[in-house]
Unconditional design. Sequence first.
Length: 506
Amino acid sequence: MKIYFSIDNPLGYWKSLADGPRSEPYSSRVLKWRRVVFIAKWMVVTEFMTKDTFDVFEKTITKVPDFQAFMTVNELDESSDKLAEEFSGTVRQKEIGRTRNGERISALFIGAGKKTALLFGAPHPNEPIGTLLLDYFSWELARNDELRAALDYTFVIVKVADKDGLRLNEGWLKGPFTVTHYARNFYRPGGDTQVEWTFPIRYKDYSFDSPIPETRALMSIMDAYKPDFIYSLHNAGFGGAYYYINVRAPLLDPIFQLYPKFLGVPLSLGEPEVPWAVKYSSAIYKLLSLRDNYEFLKKQDVSPFETLKSGGSSLDYASSVNPGVCGLVSEVPYFYDPRIEDLSETEQTRKESVLARTDEAEARWKYIASVLAKLANAEVRKRDRFAEALLHFSETQPKSLEATRKWAETDPLLARKATVAEVFDNQQVSKFYMLLMFGMLLRMAKGKAVDSSIATPLTGELESQLDEQSSSLESELRYKVIPLRDLVRIQLSSGLYTMLYLQDCC
């Protein structure tokens, strides 16, 4: 296969091209990133693809629509039905299960390749970027013979893994895209009712075997098709782009790291999402597993039974039916602040920064627990999704924070000075995610499941709390909303090149 050029030290070359002095005009640095991404892609992809395939991929990525809003559950269903009808010779649609509320969960089957790829969107229902990707990609696969020929896969596509949850997020899907509007219309289930984290698992003395119906639907696909690649389409809320993958594939690193830069999207260079994350490279981590979480908790002398209360991940289960499966997660955010990629030193140590975050989170969760004690009894928990989620989080988060505190106090790696990105992650980004919990608390208080005689007096207090926190946070941030098209392109690019890598190199 033709290699277009060779460089002795490609990593150094990419860095020298990408890093311009900060005094350079922004436009000059962007041009350098465009150049380095193009070079990086050719250096990488020519090792396992032809120029024709490269062109097919680049055209597919470039054609991503300029999305201005997210699609609702009904819109996504209507699009799938229309696709299956228009391309009946190429696309097959099949019901694979029902949601907790009884809605149809369907999968699209496209292609007849040697390998199988399972792609599913909204494994957490507040993360719908992948639903846009899958809607676009399913149509493109159906009508683009060259794309199907380049990818020797049978595709199983589930656009929305958690339909019930996505419906509870529809208040923000059409905008306006602000931190406050997002928080006021946010919903995320607790770990014991999340699609992603309720797969059956047994590890040492811990076991979980209560998959929710949506999880069982995905399990049926995994059992029947034993996928070679699973793409669980998560996304972040605030920060920068980062990735999880369970195979070490350095050949893919420059695509993961440089393509976001090409689009002007920063990498997340602050704290990892969880303390036990194993870092492969900048913004690239080993895919998370319940097993690793368990070992981290044990190391901190914190009970996994009081902290986890959930199951394994989609990869945990998929690897039990196909040990060679590759799993990828491409986390891209709605909002970013340039501080998320600032690696200059601060006066704080990383330990001080993490502990300050932990202190504040503990205080916030204590307040949330006090409100739940007044509003959410066992009966409310059964009838209200917000109460169900918040009660789970309020039961597990204190122990998780205890483990984080012990880690921060004992790990010598946290003695160094923290970067601006790490402090920003521990302060502003942490406040952003706590704000979302207060948004759910207010929605629960306004709901029909709680006793209005108790809830009504509290609603004003919660409104004030949410207003105060959101106003304070918005004043601390210099955030920008990232175009949806760019977020979809990042997920599409990383998915396409990973599938090609697995197809031709493994």
